[in-house]
Design a protein around this ligand. Sequence first.
Ligand code: SAM
Length: 276
Amino acid sequence: MSHAARSFAVRRIKPLVSDAAWARLRDPLGRRAARGPAAKSRTEHLAEMDLTQLAKHFRTDKWGNHRYTPHYEYHFAPLRDEKINVLEIGIGGYAREGRGGKSLRMWKHFFRNAQIVGLDIADKSFVDAERITTYRGSQTDPEVLQRIIDEVGELTIIIDDGSHRSEHVRASFAYLFPRLADGGFYAIEDTQTSYWPERGGSEDLDDPTTTMALVKSLVDGLNHEEFVDEAYEPSYTDRHVVAVHCYHNLVIIEKGDNLEGTRRRAILRARYATPA
Ligand SMILES: C[S@@+](CC[C@H](N)C(=O)[O-])C[C@H]1O[C@@H](n2cnc3c(N)ncnc32)[C@H](O)[C@@H]1O
């Protein structure tokens, strides 16, 4: 019942009935006016959940097997109502027909106005719905990655929950990070595989080909303005990674302009000063 109808009832009906009759009338009126959880639509109800509640509701392992959702909530909450495009690599269910889509549904209800896009090596078109679009292809295929950008538009959030093989993770990042929106986020999940040769990683912590080697190089790049070698040419990621948040098995990379300036001149002056 609308506020106007409720106040009409209070003014016009209440004076005409006994206290007991009004009490009987008022209770259901009050419940409906307060719009308790039972009266809410499913969409309204889901839109009020936090990300961990949504992960439990849609049964994605981003909470449970993993503990990713509080980290995502921390970084993504300011974007919750924005009209953005979110891409997740890896829709779930692998080759099993009719399986997958849990996290895409979770993101849809977390990001109330976003377009949610999923990419999977297997056909997951059954997951397509209002504000959810799926693509079939490999995360290493620049053609499908470019087609997504051309058709969907600029991506503000990219989550790599695909094959988790270092070679694939690095290929997707190399293609997509330069095309990510300024101020956007690039997340890489399940980075534990970086240490597992069986999953395309390496036990050698200094192996330069792994996912975590990429992440460590981004951390160095954050400080590129402090490198003493004046001939050093900053890379794209040196100039555009502004933060690297490393959590257990999850990395969230922030994009922006990493050009704050340096105070290294004093060091250089001292180093190259000619002795008197
Ligand atoms: C861990 S599941 C994704 C789970 C889902 N994001 C969720 O949280 O509910 C990984 C998915 O990545 C897909 N995949 C594996 N290799 C891929 C590749 N090279 N490119 C794209 N998707 C791939 C698999 O088919 C599988 O469905």
